[in-house]
Design a protein around this ligand. Structure first.
Ligand SMILES: C[S@@+](CC[C@H](N)C(=O)[O-])C[C@H]1O[C@@H](n2cnc3c(N)ncnc32)[C@H](O)[C@@H]1O
Length: 293
């Protein structure tokens, strides 16, 4: 791959998915795109770049798919799901008692392990949620991972990663060599393709947003823009969970970390005051009512 070809691919990836590759990642791009160009019957990355340049949208989408990291597993990092069960849900049960509804968004849901882990947590709450409307919206840039998530089918290796055996036996059914998450849990999750770089206000407001292990791939200004837009998609007393290597600290003050609850954030200022690009030092009025966590 020539340097101009690499620069072109870097720009395509940054503009279309937010993926911010440093100048020295040619080997990574080659190792992921050579198999794709072969599969597409092309002579190599040079021809792949030419096709993308000449406007092949389907090939451009496949380039993005090949370059994104879809790594995920059930109850990944454990702690976010403990926060969900032990901190978030008790408060939601109290504050939404009259409305009896909860809306959760998994903003980069990959192949479904994260939204289904949340569905399992909710299912295991049993009667506490009787009569409640529960919505889990799973979105991702990649249609391929969303299709897998919709199928709810996982290999032995995938179910062994993060699922205790009793949870597996209780909520999954063996289908040949695969395991399928049961229909009642599949029905709790709605799937939609969505690029976080694009508008998402159409999804409405959420009580809880899981946006984990995706912003880590973006550059600072993209992270800030997305944080500010996530803030507008959150109920004023809602919760945001980020990945273990992600933080808002030093990037924006629209969210504040919850003390002693790693990865958990709440709004720190009234949503109406948010501008589109809010630097970390431009604090808005703090919501006095943000008590609790
Ligand atoms: C590493 S996985 C994280 C999955 C899950 N949240 C977790 O923590 O286990 C990152 C996911 O982000 C998706 N992704 C990458 N860029 C995106 C974008 N611009 N908009 C939406 N999803 C994106 C990828 O397709 C991938 O499925």
């Amino acid at each position: 791959m020539t340097p101009p070809e690499y620069e072109y691919l870097r720009k395509v990836l940054r503009d279309s998915s937010g993926l911010d590759l440093s100048a020295d990642k040619q080997y990574l791009v080659e190792s992921r795109l050579l198999p794709l160009s072969r599969k597409a019957g092309l002579s190599g990355i040079g021809e792949l770049v030419e096709k993308v340049k000449s406007g092949s949208a389907s090939l451009a989408a496949r380039v993005v798919e090949a370059m994104t990291t879809n790594e995920t597993f059930f109850f990944r990092d454990k702690t976010p799901f403990e926060h969900f069960r032990l901190s978030i849900m008790p408060e939601v049960l109290r504050t939404r008692a009259s409305r009896k509804s909860i809306r959760i968004w998994c903003a980069a849901a990959s192949s479904g392990q994260e939204p289904y882990s949340l569905a399992i947590c909710l299912k295991e709450m049993g009667a506490a949620l009787t009569g409640w409307r529960v919505e889990i919206i799973a979105t991702d840039l990649s249609q391929e991972v969303l299709e897998k998530s919709k199928s709810g089918l996982y290999s032995q290796f995938e179910v062994q990663r993060g699922l205790p055996i009793h949870t597996l036996v209780k909520h999954f059914t063996q289908k040949g060599e695969l395991w399928q998450i049961n229909a009642d849990l599949r029905a709790m999750v709605q799937h939609r393709q969505l690029n976080l770089l694009h508008e998402f206000s159409q999804l409405g407001l959420f009580d809880v947003i899981f946006c984990r292990n995706v912003l880590i791939y973006f550059d600072q200004s993209t992270k800030i823009r997305i944080f500010n837009r996530l803030a507008k998609a959150l109920e004023p007393d809602g919760f945001v969970l980020l990945g273990a290597a992600e933080t808002v600290v030093g990037l924006t003050d629209v969210f504040k970390p919850c003390p002693e609850r790693r990865g958990l954030y709440r709004l720190s200022c009234a949503r109406e005051t948010l501008s589109n690009a809010r630097p970390a030092d431009a604090a808005g009025p703090k919501l006095a009512a943000m008590a609790g966590l």
